[in-house]
Design a protein around this ligand. Structure first.
Ligand code: ZN
Length: 258
């Protein structure tokens, strides 16, 4: 068959004329937001809506600020900048030499919130905090890159906490800081004949112990480090009203130096 030629649209009589000046609409749509205290290295970060971020170049401007792209490392130095005068941000002609990171602002904010919460709630597990913050902060429409990697975040949160904690004791002659022990758990610091034992139990555990008719004693060594030697524990056997479904429940813990 012969190829048929598609009918051409009729040429319009009036060709619309382009305006003399075309606004750079794309750059007009970029929005900027300054967030303080998001990283340890710089106090303020400027985020744009495209997924680029900038830090202030110190001493660059008398009026306003010059922000330069955060991607400046051994492998890559991006020279893109944004000039700020008051609330007006103008992107420089120099383009970024790397892809934008959509969601980076949310990712950094979630990370910051998790770290903060982990420091404030020292007895709550990092994964529980991460789940709580992610549920509160992330919206379904956020790109996947807004989500920090949970296991990396748990590791960095625990590292932050570790830096705050008192140093691990190297010998038995240390002061116990009860602020780092959950409330109503530490019972007694027992020093006897050169040995030291720390006794822990909740009120409920003590009640169970008092009511128990048979108990079981156990010592474990793996979970304990110097200067302590063993974790000694008392377990009670608890059953239902008929004495069936008996379970063994730990009711007291002792860090023992021997
Ligand atoms: Zn850049």
């Amino acid at each position: 068959t012969e190829p048929t030629e598609a009918p051409r649209p009729p040429r319009p009589d009036i060709i619309p004329t382009l305006p003399d000046h075309i606004d750079t609409e794309i750059s007009d749509e970029i929005t900027y937001e300054i967030i303080e205290g998001v990283s340890q290295r710089s106090s303020k970060i400027l985020f744009d809506s495209l997924g680029f971020r900038y830090t202030i170049k110190s001493g660059a401007r008398k009026n306003g600020n010059l922000w330069r792209c955060c991607i400046r490392n051994k492998a890559m130095v991006c020279k893109a900048t944004v000039e700020q005068i008051g609330d007006v941000f103008t992107r420089s002609m120099t383009n970024h030499i790397h892809p934008a990171e959509p969601g980076i602002k949310t990712k950094i904010q979630v990370t910051k919130k998790v770290h903060q919460k982990a420091k404030e709630n020292i007895f709550q597990s990092a994964p529980a905090i991460i789940e709580e913050v992610m549920l509160a902060e992330l919206r379904p429409e956020d790109p996947a890159s807004s989500r920090p990697n949970p296991s990396n975040l748990a590791r960095s949160s625990n590292y932050q906490r570790q830096k705050e904690r008192p140093a691990e004791p190297t010998d038995l002659d240390f002061e116990l800081d009860v602020n780092w022990i959950p409330a109503d758990f530490f019972r007694k610091d027992i020093v006897v004949e050169g040995a030291r034992h720390l006794f822990f139990a909740t009120v409920l555990q003590l009640q169970l112990l008092a009511a128990a008719t048979s108990i079981f004693l156990d010592g474990t060594f793996k979970v304990i480090r110097e200067p302590f030697y063993q974790l000694f524990s008392i377990h009670a056997f608890l059953g239902d009203h008929n004495g069936d479904n008996v379970k063994q429940v730990p009711v007291a813990f002792f860090f023992m130096s021997r």
